[in-house]
Design a protein around this ligand. Sequence first.
Ligand code: HSE
Length: 315
Amino acid sequence: MIAAYAPATVSNVACGFDVLGFALDEPGDIVGAALAEAPGAVIAGIHGDHGRLSWEPRRNTAAMAAQALLDRLGTRQGVALHVHKGLPLASGVGSSGASAVAAVVAVNELLGRPASREVLLACAMEGERAGCGAPHPDNVAPALYGGFVLARPADPPDIVRLPVPAGLACAVLHPHLEVETGAARALLGDTVPLGAAVQQWGNLGALVAALFTGDLALLSRSLDDVIVEPKRAGLVPGLAAVKAAAREAGALGCSLSGSGPSIFALAADAAVAARVGEAMRVAYAQAGGGVDADLWISPVGTSGARVVAGLAEEA
Ligand code: HSE
């Protein structure tokens, strides 16, 4: 049994819908992979999902990604996967993407590392296609590579790893709601007013420049989504109050994480992130309609997915 860990990710990062994301250090998913006799990828166990994820390989993001890798490699080797969910489902922190990435990293290691990271990314994106119908790279790319990753749409996407300013940290509030990514995407329509587009691409360009220069004031001004978040805000009661509380407590910015319901805030360091997270928690307790929430504080995680020890007994 070879196991790999892939972290939670914050995609979109306010102004970078479908093209920008960053990784946390924790929490994350672990997938163990073992050789199996019958060809193809199968699910041999799922833990931590309260029985909700499908074991059917064509409906499981980890198995779909692993199968895509086997197909790319042209092998009839069989692999059995044990999925350990550390991430809640439909939570907006890249849960399906983390399982897909951990699966391809584990299977690649099991087979002697025949595939490049570019190939692993393409295969993990096939897992995302199984998850929500759209193979968007903005969760799987940072889960695989770590740090901030810009994925310029193309086939294959241009993957641009961006610098992480020293100390940059994140608070993520996870309301105990579920938002299906497909449903959240269905709210968006397919046209954007030109003025909003100008604002958004200005924000995204400035955000990228701010990461390169370490200009946190510019980063803070850039963390604003004028196109997508307004259409999804109704999915997360209390969002406006949480955003206001985060900024008030010193966050550089605060927005929906991915398609929600999680809400992330970036902060200059871990101490500020902890203070911001507490303010978000308090605001959500008042404005969130009585829904419980988890709070995670993490540095922006620069390691990405990695092989880990510790699942051997369950093989
Ligand atoms: N960029 C995607 C979206 C991420 O916002 O729909 C989903 O996790």
